[in-house]
Design a protein around this ligand. Structure first.
Ligand SMILES: Nc1ncnc2c1ncn2[C@@H]1O[C@H](COP(=O)(O)OP(=O)(O)OP(=O)(O)O)[C@@H](O)[C@H]1O
Length: 260
């Protein structure tokens, strides 16, 4: 299966601190990864490298066959879909929902004088429909609820038909109903063979959608465990990752965790 992402001994340093250390990781086209780890473990930093928005300090990162540092990252970024709080914060308040999705075609937030074709508008509308947001296309983004915003952001991340989809805490801030709806949408996306490779960061094993195939556990910038989801999401690995005894239960293809 095609390799979409390969990190070889990647390290990241800021102000003399190691944020990521010796990360070696490969993602293939048919894989759906979940990344878990405590606050500050380096999850967002890892996605920032995987989305070609930051270069590693050590090692090499190859995204869709292009090695960072030896390629035009502007082009590469349009081939990687990213949904993150940092990106959502850059969306102007008065941007319409359709434009939030459509402007991803130009890799920007905030519609200005770019040219869009009917096909762009049709794709944006189809993505909004796929995430149950058809009736919201003309609304201003700021008027949406947190759950509605999250769904629009994932639609936006898919606008360029990316080969790699990165979701940073897509269920953060959602209520129970909103979370379950989003998980259903992600489960459907994960199960569709036309979907891109997916990597999702989350804080909760409860938020791992069914159909996710692989997991990585990070602690203090280092990999504690990675591999097929059933071998990786274990009580013993979570105990190591969070530095406290963790009790893990599986029920109907979903997990739940608490202090053991
Ligand atoms: N530009 C920067 N300069 C200095 N330190 C940074 C920078 N960016 C991130 N860090 C630090 O790197 C560490 C990892 O941050 P990162 O956001 O990747 O973690 P995370 O696992 O996503 O955390 P959270 O779960 O809280 O979102 C943190 O200690 C953070 O303070």
């Amino acid at each position: 299966m095609t390799e979409v992402l390969r990190l070889d001994h990647v390290g990241l340093r800021r102000d003399g601190n190691a944020i990521l250390s010796d990360i070696t990781w490969t993602v293939h086209a048919n894989e759906r990864w979940v990344i878990l780890g405590p606050n500050g473990a380096g999850k967002t930093s890892l996605l920032t490298i995987a989305s070609a928005r930051m270069h590693p300090s050590d090692g090499s990162a190859t995204i869709l066959g292009e090695e960072l540092g030896h390629t035009d990252t502007q082009d590469l970024r349009t081939r990687v879909g990213l949904s993150s709080a940092a990106l959502a914060d850059r969306i102007p308040d008065d941007e319409t929902v359709r434009d939030v999705v459509m402007t991803a075609a130009h890799g920007i937030t905030g519609r200005w004088r770019e040219d869009y074709e009917q096909i762009d508008e049709d794709r944006a509308d189809a993505l909004l429909a796929a995430f149950g947001m058809s009736g919201f296309a003309e609304r201003e983004f700021w008027t949406l609820s947190e759950g509605e915003r999250k769904r629009v952001q994932i639609g936006r991340a898919l606008m360029t038909d990316p080969e790699l989809l990165l979701l940073d805490e897509p269920a953060a801030g959602l209520d129970l109903g909103g979370r379950e709806e989003l998980l259903a949408a992600l489960t459907e996306l994960a199960g569709d063979h036309r979907s891109p490779a997916m990597v999702m960061v989350t804080h909760h094993v409860e938020e791992i959608p069914q159909g996710f195939t692989h997991a990585m556990l990070l602690r203090e910038g280092e990999v504690v465990a990675q591999g097929p989801v059933r071998d990786t999401i274990t009580a013993s690995h979570l105990t190591q990752t969070y530095g406290m005894p963790v009790e893990l239960h599986a029920f109907g293809g979903r997990w739940t965790a608490r202090r053991g």
